[in-house]
Design a binder for this molecule. Structure first.
Ligand code: TYD
Length: 139
């Protein structure tokens, strides 16, 4: 069976990232093969998100991601075609690992929130399911 059909919400783990504490502030450093379960090919971040806006609204066929609230807070709704779950992210040292084949929506952004994403592949529009019904059909 296609691996992408089998992924479930329980495969999306919340990871505690390393934090180096200092009286002048904290540092979180992420390196391939240490804190991250895949080699990072791309980093992007969402910012200046207007109040009430939602992002995401798609699933990926092969891409794995770690989503981090680098600043502020937001919710990630995960949907595997069978179950739904909302994960609230509000700490820069916590990452949500989203495996392929999971529909996600990002919502309830706090003012000034920055959503940092570490991705396993370069950008490829062909890797997206942007239509929820096609995604459901595939699952
Ligand atoms: P999209 O992934 O749909 O954003 P979100 O899920 O946050 O709503 O991407 C929005 C637009 O940005 C889309 O036209 C593709 C472009 N884009 C890139 O060119 N490179 C990238 O790495 C990403 C993530 C998006």
């Amino acid at each position: 069976m296609d691996k992408r059909l089998e992924t479930r919400i329980k495969d999306c783990e919340v990871l505690q990232l390393p934090k180096i504490h200092n009286r002048a502030g904290n540092i979180t450093a992420l390196e391939n093969e240490h804190s991250i379960p895949f080699p990072i090919k791309r980093v992007y971040y969402l910012y200046d998100i207007p109040g009430g806006e939602e992002r995401g609204g798609h699933a990926h066929k092969n891409l794995e991601q770690i989503i981090i609230a680098a600043s502020g807070a937001f919710d990630v709704l995960l949907d595997d075609g069978n179950q739904r779950k909302i994960v609230h992210l509000d700490r820069p040292y916590v990452g949500l690992h989203i495996v392929p084949g999971i529909w996600r929506e990002l919502l309830n952004f706090s003012s000034g929130a920055v959503c940092l994403v570490l991705a396993s592949l370069k950008y490829d529009e062909a890797d997206y399911w942007r239509d929820y019904n096609s995604f459901l059909k595939f699952k």
